[in-house]
Structure formats: structure tokens, C-alpha cells
Design a binder for this molecule. Structure first.
Ligand code: XIL
Length: 364
């Protein structure tokens, strides 16, 4: 045993002392552990899972980096455009759509027998500038959105398996977000969102339609509002199939709260999508943070916990677990928020991290 292995063993033993049997993950890095045991690390997530394993991808990275593309093909069987299928990307003017990137992603998925999860049709944060400036009244606004949904969902009918029809309606705590134009235009914003589901359904009756938000399982107030909306949709025949919780969580996210919230969300009976999973490790947001073995271990256990929790859903409610990105080299936490972070399953060289093994161990 080398001294590094010894220290690692001692640290691991220390960590194990503080967690139950179910939570243990044997720390493994790429190229280790292919000994033919019950969970050989050569097995991929998509091979083991009985539901889809997705990744948010970017067209540019698929086109420019063979390793990125190969990693997507190896580990995943569902893709989501990280921004390419948002309204601001597609709807470039009141009279034009730019489908270049969305078509590429859908074609890539078709060529490789993967599913596409479309993200997202109506999101306050992705209305195009021209649309915001147009200052439509509620009638004109809804007419335009209806055309957009009809055109986009119709174009990918049968090719995009599922859509986030509406993203992030509620603020933290569960009130309606007040920064969205929809709230000032419509007396009954939920009624408007329900009609968006109907427009999507009319354009592709077979697509699975989701409401997507963040902190759904952690924020009881927000979850209550979502459940109320879902109940109203069901009572009125609004075609909603599922709810996505983004799952941008961290190694120190409270697991008991997570599980309680997850069970409560599942009580809707709808499909449940873990839709944008990444697990932050640098919880203190420090520039001097070091992602060492102990931190890898914590992250692996968090991924294991989440996968095992998802497996407890009735089979009929399982849909997909999708990670928000492919490699720590390109995570939105760094590019968008500028955090020093390592939240995904593959390291910057596309090697499987312990988190990958944790996820695999959590699957049935
Ligand atoms: C983020 C992307 O990762 C960024 O690249 C983009 O610039 C901004 O949006 N919740 C969502 C996603 O629903 O659409 C967001 O994606 C991350 C938070």
C-alpha cells in the first residue's frame, strides 16, 4: 500500500464512520476497479439505469471536441440543449426563427438513437429582446406565444420526446415571480400557463409535457404552489405529464429535507424528472478550495443518495435523471456564475469521477 492509498483509506474509514451502510461509496477513479465485481466501473450509467440518463449539451462542444462528443455518446441516452432550444435562441425576430442549433441537436440525437428533452418553451428569463420591447397587450402576447409553441413543437413532432413547457414560475417561498411580464399582463397567470400546455399538446399529442423549476424538493412553499397549480391543471384537463426539479444542489444540501420534499412531490402521481442535476462541492465558494479525495467522497455519496432516492419512485413515475453538463471542464457554474466548481460526473479530462461510481451504486 502506498502512503497515498493509506491516507485515502484512513480518510475513507473516517467518513464511513459517520454514514450508514447505504451511503457508502468505495472511492474509485478511472482505470481502477475493473475487477469483475458486482458494480464494475466499466458499466455505464445508461447501461444500468432503467430510465433515461440525460445531459445538457452544447452544439459547439459536440462539434469541436471529439472527447466531449464521445463522452456524451458513451454515458448518456438523452440530451437537452443547454440554451439552443430556448426561446431567445430560436425566435430571433417577430418574423424569423433560427433553428440551426436546435436542428443540429435533434439530428445528433436521431443519428445516435438518443432522446431529446426540449428546454424550454416559456421562461421569463429567455424572452427575446425584440419580444419584450414590442409591449404587446395580453391578447397579442398570448397569440404570439401560441404561434411560437405551435411552430416549434410542431417542427419537432415525434423527434423531441418531452418538453419543459413552462420554466420557473414561482419565486423562492412560493409566491408568483413578480419580475415576469406575464404577471403584469395577465390577471390569471396560471390560466395562461395552462393554455401553453394545451398549445403544446395540440402540436404534438405524444410529447411528454413538464413544468420545471429549481429547489422544488427543498423549498416547501414553492412546492405547495406547484402542487396547487398541478391540482388545478388536472381538475381542468390541462395536459401536464410531469414535474422537473432542476437539482442544482450541493454536498451539504440537507438529505432528509430532500427526501421529504421528493416524496411529497411524487404524491402528485406525475412523472418526476431530475432535470438539471449538478452537485456543488465548493460550498464556501472559496478561490482556494481544493477538490481532494474527501470532497470527492462527499460528492459521490450525494450522487448515490439521489440516485437511490429516485429509484424509490414507482416505476411508472420514473422518467430521467439529467445532468446539467457533461464534464467539469464546462460547467455553467464556472462559465455563468464564475465559481470554482467541480459539480459533474466526469473530470476535465473526461475520466469518471468517484461521483460517477456513486451514481452507479445508487441505481438498482
Ligand atoms: C443556464 C445555462 O446553463 C447557461 O449556459 C445559460 O447562459 C443560462 O442558463 N435553470 C435553467 C437553465 O432552467 O436553463 C439554466 O441554464 C440554468 C438554471
Amino acid at each position: 500500500m502506498t502512503s497515498k492509498q493509506y491516507i485515502l483509506g484512513a480518510l475513507t474509514a473516517l467518513l464511513f464512520a459517520s454514514c450508514s451502510d447505504d451511503e457508502k461509496v468505495v472511492l474509485k477513479y478511472a482505470d481502477e476497479g475493473d475487477t469483475g465485481g458486482p458494480n464494475p466501473i466499466t458499466q455505464t450509467l445508461k447501461e444500468k439505469a432503467k430510465f433515461k440518463i440525460g445531459a445538457a449539451v452544447k452544439m459547439k462542444d459536440l462539434q469541436n471536441e471529439a472527447n466531449y462528443k464521445n463522452a456524451v455518446l458513451k454515458h448518456y441516452n438523452q440530451i437537452t440543449g443547454e440554451f439552443e432550444m430556448k426561446m431567445a435562441s430560436i425566435w430571433t425576430s417577430s418574423t424569423a426563427y433560427n433553428y440551426t442549433a436546435a436542428d443540429y441537436l435533434v439530428g445528433f440525437a436521431q443519428d445516435n438513437k438518443m432522446e431529446v428533452h426540449g428546454h424550454t418553451l416559456v421562461w421569463y428569463d429567455s424572452f427575446p429582446e425584440w419580444f419584450k420591447k414590442a409591449q404587446y397587450d395580453s391578447i397579442a402576447f398570448e397569440a404570439k406565444v401560441k404561434i411560437y409553441i405551435t411552430d416549434v413543437v410542431g417542427r419537432y413532432k415525434g423527434k423531441v420526446k418531452s418538453w419543459d413547457v413552462v420554466n420557473e414560475v414561482f419565486a423562492d417561498g412560493g409566491a408568483m415571480r413578480n419580475e415576469t411580464v406575464i404577471n403584469s399582463l395577465f390577471k390569471d397567470p396560471i390560466g395562461f400557463y395552462g393554455r401553453c400546455f394545451r398549445y403544446a399538446k395540440a402540436a404534438d399529442p405524444d410529447a411528454k409535457l413538464f413544468y420545471n423549476d429549481y429547489s422544488v424538493v427543498m423549498d416547501a412553499g414553492k412546492r405547495t404552489s406547484i402542487k396547487k397549480m398541478v391540482a388545478r391543471f388536472k381538475a381542468n384537463g390541462v395536459p401536464i405529464d410531469g414535474v422537473g426539479d432542476q437539482f442544482h444542489y450541493a454536498t451539504d444540501t440537507n438529505r432528509q429535507t430532500m427526501k421529504t420534499g421528493f416524496t411529497d412531490l411524487a404524491s402528485t402521481g406525475l412523472l418526476i424528472h431530475i432535470s438539471e442535476l449538478d452537485i456543488k462541492v465548493n460550498t464556501g465558494k472559496s478561490d482556494s478550495y481544493v477538490f481532494n479525495d474527501v470532497e470527492n467522497q462527499k460528492q459521490a455519496e450525494t450522487y448515490k443518495y439521489i440516485a437511490a432516492m429516485y429509484e424509490e419512485l414507482p416505476q411508472t413515475q420514473k422518467f430521467a435523471i439529467s445532468t446539467w453538463g457533461v464534464t467539469d471542464k464546462y460547467t455553467w457554474l464556472t462559465s455563468f456564475w464564475h465559481f470554482k466548481e467541480y459539480p459533474l460526473l466526469l473530470d476535465a479530462d473526461y475520466n469518471k469521477k468517484p461521483a460517477y461510481q456513486g451514481f452507479l451504486d445508487g441505481l438498482k
